[in-house]
Ligand binder design. Sequence first.
Ligand SMILES: NC(=O)c1ccc[n+]([C@@H]2O[C@H](COP(=O)([O-])OP(=O)(O)OC[C@H]3O[C@@H](n4cnc5c(N)ncnc54)[C@H](O)[C@@H]3O)[C@@H](O)[C@H]2O)c1
Length: 429
Amino acid sequence: MSSSNACRESSNGCDNCLRSGNRAPVWPLERYVRTGGSPPSARLEWFPSESTQSLHPWNRMKPLPSSTQPLVILVAGIGGAIGSTLCLAVEALKSSPELVQPYLTTEGLFPDFPLVDIHVAGWDLPDALDPAAALRRHGVVPIAIQEAFLPQIASIPVFEAPSADLDLNQALNRVSRDIQTIRSRHPNAALVLVNLLPAAPQPPSIADRNALAAWYAAHPALFPDLVYVLAAIESEIPVVNFTPNAVEMDWIVDRAIQQGVPMCGRDGKTGQTFYKQVLASAWKARKLRITGWYSLNILGNADGANLMNPACARGKLANKTEILEEILGYPVLPDCHKVHIDYYPPRGDAKEAWDVIDFEGLFGLPMSMRIDFQGRDSILAAPMLMDLARWMAVLHRKGERKGLISELAFFFKKPLGADPPVSFPDQLQ
Ligand SMILES: NC(=O)c1ccc[n+]([C@@H]2O[C@H](COP(=O)([O-])OP(=O)(O)OC[C@H]3O[C@@H](n4cnc5c(N)ncnc54)[C@H](O)[C@@H]3O)[C@@H](O)[C@H]2O)c1
């Protein structure tokens, strides 16, 4: 797992390295496919890529068949590190698919939603309405890679977030009006909302929309996620919740079911929790008993800074912690599974995670392992969002699924829905 060959020239890697293909290693060629054409029995399978064929310039120039549908990803928090990286990836897909397509688990799937016909729009606060400026500010992707796509990125529609002095209905009306604007620009498109707002303190249990209106009036800026999620559901738009924020209240999920809208979440599983899940599943299968697991993360982006607020970090730390025992099926002794996140500005988006794993084998003899993971938060996250948006669009178009989709557990730290698969092999089934 150690990436000792990683570029040391800058925290984001030097342009030469990136251009010459010295990228962080990616998980090989896995992707979701449908077994018998029906999304509920979706399986994640391993098979070789046909990307060289699909990337031939001739194929790029072919007109799209009339049965295809554009997809618009609506992003709450579009000016953030992930949101702006997603904008770049969506625009790069159109003219340089080789930079993006090989990293999608849905590459080669869903021909009805072609990768070249994905669009993006969204909302952010008044000081983050320019995705090109956001890309520069976050520094996730080297300027040399951004440059070719900046003109297209400049034309991405970004709306101002509803201001905190609006009441719930006014805020919902504002977001719904913006959604209508996008619908009129892309009349035939499937729309999917992706929630990328900052991690927030978990809201109290809110019983229904009236109770939410009262609570929102008292705490307008505390949990804006619900405005976007509710507006999407009322507009019959599927929802992806990539944040650790608990938007999936019972009455909201019920409303999604009434509206025929699929939802999925919560908390994208991008780095440390992804390999923790893989390794814990493998150690369990091999009957090696985990006796302790110490996990430390350093990251220097806005998400990292925000997570220094214990109230904002609580949900994410719980998701990162609970997953281990859920996979192992036995308790790890108290204080023997620890997860820490530390804000460390020099790293920006290029996070680093260390793990010390203690385990025992025959005769109870102890062994241990160390991991040093050097990842890039938004580079890991952005392609997952394209995959998730495409899944939601397909499930919605088929009209077969509504409410929480537990089969997409592969993508989340805290998969929601009925009996989500827990171990890595189960999530591939
Ligand atoms: N990067 C990962 O690997 C990863 C993994 C799992 C979950 N997440 C979660 O994804 C979310 C986004 O991460 P990020 O790194 O892009 O964070 P970020 O802080 O860079 O972006 C959040 C964006 O939301 C905007 N925003 C704040 N309030 C808003 C409002 N009311 N309306 C519209 N926009 C608003 C901010 O201005 C900012 O641009 C976080 O909740 C994070 O915890 C990230």
